[in-house]
Design a protein around this ligand. Structure first.
Ligand code: ATR
Length: 278
């Protein structure tokens, strides 16, 4: 008798209640008429290894991994993609039929695909980029921008030391700009990305003067709660091309869904609405 158990996947985090990934994957499962399940799983850091082994035993195809497990996920993987190794974190684990675990990081991919979809004229190679922040999200964005061909990347962060470490990791194309001189660094940049939590609901705004930015620069805020952050509103007022952060979340889910469930899912307005109204 063949085993016809439905395919299972999920997202693990701690806490997990805020994650929109179950809505995202649930939308695709319905749309592609797949009788599988994608569930949110709360897993404390001390239980990470046992939890992952348990999910593997239960027949899960894989899981997305969010805060605070992205480095543990890198460590538990038997093999990792080049991009995950470069970023130093894993957000997608796949449990292979031979019992091994593969780790990938699709955050940078999600960032680039979001830019391509919502700023179709954007070209990473057209000029320098400015990345604001030096946390986990910044690592993925910096890595993706360098890979996409930015000639020079200016990096600024409240805690300078974190920016210095990141610059050291990614090499000579990355130059650190002091936090209190960040507005000057806008001069001549074609891509500006906020990767900090500034502007998120309940957080202070990101204050940066965009007057010196070229008129054809593209600005992305990876914060998506709210969708239109004060920073993006300022960029819009300045007439710059603006990309919100929701598409990065949606696109980062594509590779995992395809690996675990089969179809390569589409990111469209219906999906955006479903995730926004959840
Ligand atoms: P994530 O994985 O989402 O990137 P993180 O690693 O905690 O989260 O990074 C958060 C980023 O937001 C950091 O760049 C942080 O700056 P510090 O390195 O100085 O902490 C930035 N950030 C958070 N709150 C901030 C604030 N009030 N002012 C300036 N930067 C802030």
């Amino acid at each position: 008798m063949t085993d016809t158990a439905p395919p299972l996947a999920g997202v693990i985090g701690f806490p997990i209640g805020h994650s929109r990934s179950p809505v995202l994957h649930g939308y695709w499962l319905k749309r592609y008429e797949i009788g599988g399940f994608y569930v949110p799983i709360s897993l404390a850091p001390a239980d990470f290894t046992d939890g992952i082994r348990g999910l593997q035993k239960l027949g899960f195809k894989g899981v997305n991994v969010t805060i605070p497990h992205k480095v543990s996920a890198l460590n538990i993987a038997d093999t990792v993609s080049d991009r995950a190794a470069l970023i130093g974190a894993v957000n997608t684990l796949t449990f292979r039929a031979d019992g091994t675990i593969h780790g990938d990081n699709t955050d940078g991919y999600g960032f680039i695909e979001n830019m391509r979809q919502y700023a179709p004229d954007w070209n990473a190679g057209s000029g320098p980029a400015l990345v604001i922040g030096a946390g986990g999200a910044a690592r993925a964005v910096v890595s993706a921008l360098l890979n996409a061909g930015v000639p020079e990347l200016r990096l600024t962060n409240r805690t300078r030391q974190r920016a210095d470490l990141l610059a050291e990791h990614f090499g000579a194309r990355v130059q650190v700009v002091d936090w209190n001189r960040a507005s000057d660094a806008v001069d001549g940049v074609m891509t500006i990305v906020n990767t900090t939590s500034l502007g998120m609901e309940g957080q202070p705004e990101l204050h940066m003067n965009l007057d010196a930015a070229p008129g054809d620069a593209t600005v992305c805020d990876i914060v998506y709660t709210p969708l239109h952050t004060p920073f993006l509103a300022m960029a819009q007022e300045r007439g710059l091309c603006c990309v919100d952060g929701l598409g990065m979340l949606l696109h980062q889910g594509v590779p995992g869904f395809e690996t675990w469930f089969g179809p390569r899912p589409e990111v469209d307005d219906g999906l955006r609405q479903a995730v926004l109204s959840a």
